[in-house]
Design a protein around this ligand. Structure first.
Ligand code: KG4
Ligand code: ZN
Length: 333
């Protein structure tokens, strides 16, 4: 396994976090994340134009902070990795333009990275994960189960037919009046709540290749209409969390079993959920699979994971050129 020795500057601006990291090999020396949560809260979701403008304001200070925290001067940076797909085009273009500008000004190579490859490789920052392994990617935009055969070799084995798991957390949180972003709010409100109080649907229990979360959202809407003011928000939050966790855990285990894989990872913003971490660890242990999950900071969007994917690609001799585009949708590389 080879990594780009570095120092490497990594940049991530695909959605609502402006992030920069410095890596040496697979070691993440610094990983600064400036979140736009406060900005988007008033609209209850990410507004693309506002996100792009906020990235533009934050990008240089965040890069400076990453360099300072790592104790690496800009002139020592030997290459740049940047998310160029998929994501909000206006947001992505802030990071990509910064990467191109540094590359041109300092005569250093740069590489465009697929955001999901960053998530998939994030467990490698802290663990020697064996290949092949199965990975659950659960974020605001994606819910997928992927066989990671090796670096750059990914096979999709399950995906959602409607909402992503993070989207389900966010929409149900809104229905329960828990605010934005919903995942962390539901986790917090669930504390001490009874997850069996309200019966909510599990997603397509008999089909290991598909997730569906739109039925859950409808069921929660109906629950709030029926219960009105009598609803116990803590119990409702715990019931929602349990429904999402049950579906994610069941399909991951089903697929690992079916494909005879011995190791499982879990990545993306939803993987920061403490109940999901606890349940997935327990079920993997019971089924005899090794289980790896990154620290919560490496689960939600961050440039450290983009640096890992970029580092591996640069070490293989891959480079992007100034024609590199930002792509709103892109299949896994
Ligand atoms: O990976 P991420 O930061 O951005 C995307 O690439 O989408 O994931 C964001 C998603 C949001 O939907 C958010 O509600 C969810 O991750 N999330 C959580 C938690 N923290 C973030 N969901 C459940 N529990 C959490 N603690
Ligand atoms: Zn993400």
């Amino acid at each position: 396994m080879s990594w780009f020795k570095g120092p490497l500057l990594a940049i991530e601006t695909s959605c609502d976090e402006t992030s920069a990291a410095i890596l040496e090999g697979r070691t993440i020396r610094s990983n600064i994340v400036s979140s736009q949560v406060e900005l988007h809260k008033r609209w209850g979701g990410v507004v693309p134009e506002a996100a792009a403008r906020a990235h533009l304001e934050a990008i240089l200070p965040v890069i400076e902070e990453a360099l300072d925290a790592a104790g690496v001067p800009l002139r020592s940076v030997e290459a740049i990795a940047v998310t160029n797909r998929p994501g909000l085009v206006g947001a992505l273009s802030v990071g990509v333009t910064a990467a191109k500008a540094f590359s041109l000004a300092m005569s250093r190579p740069f590489i465009g990275v697929h955001h999901l490859e960053g998530h998939l490789l994030s467990p490698l920052a802290d663990h020697d994960v064996p290949f092949p392994h199965l990975s659950l990617v659960a974020s605001g935009g994606h819910t997928e189960v992927v066989v990671v055969e090796g670096f750059g070799r990914y096979t999709l084995v399950a995906q959602t037919v409607d909402d992503a798991a993070g989207e389900a957390f966010d929409k149900c949180a809104r229905l329960l009046g828990l605010g934005y972003p919903g995942g962390a709010a539901i986790q917090q409100a669930s504390d001490g709540g009874n997850p069996r109080r309200y019966a909510l649907p599990r997603s397509m229990p008999d089909d290991p290749s598909r997730f569906s979360f739109s039925g859950l959202k409808t069921a929660v809407l109906r629950l709030t209409e029926i219960e009105g003011d009598r609803i116990d928000t803590g119990d409702a939050a715990a019931s929602v969390q349990e429904a999402i966790v049950d579906s994610l855990v069941a399909k991951t285990i089903q697929n690992a079993d079916r494909l005879n894989l011995q190791a499982v990872t879990m990545v993306g913003g939803v993987a920061a959920n403490s109940r999901l971490r606890e349940r997935m660890a327990r079920e993997c242990e019971r089924a005899g699979f090794k289980f790896f999950v990154p620290s919560p900071l490496l689960c939600t969007d961050n440039a450290g994971m983009i640096g890992l994917a970029g580092s591996w690609r640069l070490a293989q001799g891959m480079r992007s050129d100034f024609e590199l585009d930002c792509e709103p949708n892109a299949a896994l590389p």
